[in-house]
Design a protein around this ligand. Sequence first.
Ligand code: FMN
Length: 192
Amino acid sequence: MPGTEGKRVAWGITGSGHFLPECLSLAERLPAVDLFLSRAAAEVLQVYGYPVRELQARFRVFRDSAASAPPVGLFYEGRYDLVVVAPATSNSVAKMVYGISDTLVTNIYAQAGKCRIPSLVFACDASPELVTEAPGGPVPVYPRPIDLRNTEALAGLAFTEVVVDPDGLARALSTRLRQPSVSSAQPSPCDP
Ligand SMILES: Cc1cc2nc3c(=O)[nH]c(=O)nc-3n(C[C@H](O)[C@H](O)[C@H](O)COP(=O)(O)O)c2cc1C
C-alpha cells in the first residue's frame, strides 16, 4: 500500500475463516507487519490452507504459547503504530469488550489501549445475517443478539475503530497508516 512506509502494524488473527484470505492479502500489502495468532487462529489457518510455517516465510509470526503473552513487551518498546485484529471472532470481540486479555490477540488489544496505540478491528458478527466461506463452501450465519451488541459496544471503546468488511478494512488501513499515530502524536505512558 503506497504511503504507508515506516508504520509498523501488529496484526492479530483469531480463529475465524470469515474473509480470512482477504485479510491475509491486505496484511501482505503492508510493508511492516508482524502477525499475532490466537491458538484457534493457528488451527483455523491450517484448515483454510495457510499453515503457520508458510506464513513464517513472509511475516514475523508470534504464536500463543505462553500464559503471560511475552511478545506484548514489544508495545512498551514503541515498536508498533497500529494494532489490527482481522478477522475477529465473536469470542475475541466479547473478551475485548469486557476487558479480558487471556489470549495473545486479546492481550495485544489490551496492551495497545494501555499504550494509547489505536486498534482497528474487523468484527465478523456485524449483521443479523451473513454468508461466510467455510472450508466446504459458503454457509449462512445468524449472529446472536449478544454478538451484535458486543460488536456495537466495541466500536464505542477508546482507541478502537470497528470495520465490518474487507473494503472498510482497506480504507481504514490507508487512512490510519498515513496519519501520525496517536502514540507519537502525544506523550504515551509507554514512551521510554
Ligand atoms: C474452520 C473454522 C472457522 C471458524 N470461523 C469462525 C468465525 O468466522 N467466527 C467466529 O466467531 N468463530 C469461528 N470459529 C470458532 C472459533 O475458532 C472459536 O470460537 C475459538 O474459540 C475462537 O478463539 P479466539 O477468539 O481466541 O481465536 C471457527 C472455527 C473453525 C474450526
